[in-house]
Design a protein around this ligand. Structure first.
Ligand code: C5P
Length: 280
């Protein structure tokens, strides 16, 4: 039996712009991902001589079974003729579901990384990237971690130099946002079309100007999930530097100040930017 445990970090988008609608139902995006130190743990055990069976278990029973993106990651590898034998994935879940932190996508990429590290003849990076993009637009980022620029559906990744580590406070309201619903709530003006800034401009801007942080999905998230406005208003009233993560519902405060009076039901988690080297 071969076995390894890898970290599956959360991500935030410190910049997310919608460039326009695509013919395939997705949107072209320009985004800068940042991995965080907060993570799930993904243990992958392989019996190379066992039958081609996949089992996924999770500390959160809602995520057991074949619908889990981690299960689909193993199936996608088998589909590409990877000889895996029996695979058991066990996920120790800390990251929220539907929080905009990419937990499910990160678990799937962690499986791809773990399986690759266990196989004597692993699939090459272009195959892993293609499998990751097939699984979901956020998955390819988690093959790299650290700081990365992405365009296309958000799946075409260009790793950037790590941004200096920075403390963040995550505010998690008791609302799970469905990404398709948030994109569907964009109005015509928010949907574009507009020009991309490009990786060089964004990397410089985000390194030197915290005002460069942006999320075009913020207003659409509030339209799709009006209950989240309470948290937005709470943050604005305190003049905190904050941003919605991805399609929500987590709000990121770029400071590690103590939040001793969050709105009812809001969970507070302190984390920090994680470098690419921390992915292994
Ligand atoms: O690929 P993923 O599962 O992350 O996307 C979920 C949904 O979010 C898509 O079906 C689509 O409705 C929306 N989406 C989009 N444009 C993107 C990424 C996601 O419209 N670039």
């Amino acid at each position: 039996m071969l076995s390894t445990t890898v970290r599956a970090p959360a991500k935030i988008n410190i910049y997310l712009e919608v460039l326009g609608r695509r013919a395939d139902g997705y949107h072209d995006l320009e985004t800068v991902f940042q991995a965080l130190s907060w993570h799930d743990l993904v243990k992958v055990s392989i019996d190379p001589d066992g039958p081609p069976h996949t089992k996924v278990t999770c500390t959160d029973a809602r995520l057991n079974g074949p619908d889990n993106l981690a299960h689909r990651a193993v199936s996608a590898l088998r589909h590409r003729s990877c000889q895996l034998g029996s695979v058991h994935v066990h996920i120790t879940k800390h990251l929220p579901i539907g929080g905009g932190l990419g937990g499910g996508s990160s678990n799937a990429a962690a499986v791809l990384r773990a399986v690759t590290s266990l196989l004597p003849d692993p699939p090459p990076m272009p195959t892993l990237t293609a499998v990751a993009a097939e699984l979901g637009a956020d998955v390819p980022f988690f093959l790299h971690g650290g700081t990365a620029y992405a365009d296309g559906r958000g799946d075409h990744i260009l790793p950037l130099d790590d941004l200096p580590s920075q403390a963040v406070t995550l505010l998690l309201p008791p609302i799970a946002c469905a990404t398709p619903q948030v994109f569907a709530a964009l109005d015509d003006r928010q949907r574009g079309p507009r020009q991309a800034c490009g990786p060089a401009t964004l990397s410089t801007r985000l390194r030197h100007d915290h005002g460069g942080r942006h999320n075009r999905l913020q207003a659409a998230c509030a339209r799709a999930y009006p209950a989240i406005m309470e948290l937005f208003t709470w943050l604005d009233q305190r003049r905190l530097p904050w941003l919605l993560s991805g399609s929500g519902s987590t709000c990121i405060v770029f400071a590690d100040g103590v939040m001793d009076d969050p709105p009812p039901g809001v969970q507070v988690v302190t984390s920090r930017f994680a470098s690419r080297a921390e992915l292994s």
